[in-house]
Design a protein around this ligand. Structure first.
Ligand code: GFB
Length: 327
């Protein structure tokens, strides 16, 4: 497997025209904040003006706007329940979105593209922590294999356009994320947003107990979304190569301990009970983050600090949410 290579010269983002596809999502909006702070001219396209699943529309938009850089942060995303419930949306829509944007970027002669994948691309029982070399070495986690296959295809597309056309298209694999702009959907959300919402509602209602899905025993790694955005700006500047890069904290916590931490941050003091009828999903999925660390990047935001910022955002935004299957 190719190793991560420093770009010959740092790629300059200041003054560059950067299209952030998926700018309204938690990841996309964090990347917009970061790139604007770095002096890039960020381009965006509203969902009502551009359907990313329609190839001709995406190619026409790229031909008209001709960005210097493209960040593929657009995807159908959701937690364990959504992934297992909407396999078509997670496989077909994500394949269409990434194929259209990556091929369109090639046709529009885009200088650099960053594709965002996910840590769920790795085998369910990959040795921990999971290095980038674990890809395709074993069966996937059944609850999110649809999303995982789509994201693996995205990695391979970036590598293929580098080999066949010399395109500087790179990919990062973030771990589980949380932070401002998350989707607080009651059932389709990821576990951080789900528990922030549920503990807040229980505190407000004075509920005696809160139900957490599964056994509470699985382990997860959680990265604050603005740290991911910082890593994306770093990778755009300093990485150019086929090797994709894990982005995480390298630390894991059991879902039960995570739930207790969220309850403390939210200020809920009732009981936590577990609904073992709900799936646990992957037992562990901790990333080996040494390859990106070797290039000079590390996550900064401690979990409790990040959760406090996420809860403040939830309170400010009133727990907005959107359906995964929304067009
Ligand atoms: O974030 P999450 O839904 O997905 O976390 P994955 C699921 C873990 O949290 C399981 C437990 O062990 C759940 O049993 N959990 C406890 C809950 N309470 C809840 C709850 O109220 N809501 C949710 N959602 N989980 C995701 C993939 O896998 O990892 C995504 O589905 C993406 O596509 C992401 O790849 C990185 O961590 O299991």
């Amino acid at each position: 497997m190719a190793t991560a290579t420093d770009a010959a010269e740092p790629f300059v983002l200041t003054g560059r025209r950067v299209w952030v596809a998926g700018h309204r999502g938690m990841v996309g909006s964090a990347i917009v904040r970061r790139l604007e702070a770095d002096g890039a001219a960020v381009l965006t396209a509203e969902r009502r003006d551009l359907d990313l699943t329609r190839q001709a529309d995406v190619e026409a938009w790229l031909d008209r706007h001709r960005p210097d850089v493209v960040v593929v942060a657009a995807a159908k995303v959701g937690g364990i329940h959504a992934n297992a419930t909407y396999p078509v949306d997670f496989l077909r829509d994500n394949l269409a979105i990434e194929t259209n944007i990556i091929h369109g970027a090639h046709l529009a002669d885009v200088g650099k593209l960053l594709f965002l994948g996910s840590s769920c691309i790795y085998p369910r029982l990959a040795p921990q922590p999971m290095t980038e070399d674990a890809l395709l070495t074993g069966p996937l986690e059944p609850t999110n294999e649809w999303y995982a296959i789509a994201k693996i295809a995205g990695i391979k597309l970036c590598q293929a356009y580098r080999r066949q056309y010399g395109r500087d298209f790179v990919a990062v694999m973030p771990t589980n994320l949380y932070g401002p702009g998350d989707n607080y959907h009651p059932t389709d959300s990821h576990v951080p947003a789900a528990l922030i919402r549920r503990f807040h509602e229980a505190k407000t209602a004075g509920a005696a107990e809160v139900t957490v899905w599964g056994t509470g025993r699985p382990l997860r790694e959680f990265l604050y979304v603005d740290d991911l955005a910082d890593a994306c700006a770093f990778v755009l500047r300093h990485h150019s190569g086929e090797a994709f890069l894990n982005v995480g904290t390298g630390e894991e916590i059991a879902i039960g301990a995570f739930a207790e931490t969220v309850a403390e941050v939210v200020g809920y003091r009732g009981r936590i009970v577990y609904d073992t009828g709900r799936p646990d999903g992957a037992p562990r999925k901790r990333l080996d983050v040494s390859r990106l660390a070797a290039l000079g990047w590390r996550a900064r935001t401690p979990l409790r600090d990040g959760l406090a910022l996420a809860y403040a955002d939830f309170l400010a935004g009133g727990g907005r949410f959107r359906d995964v299957t929304a067009g």
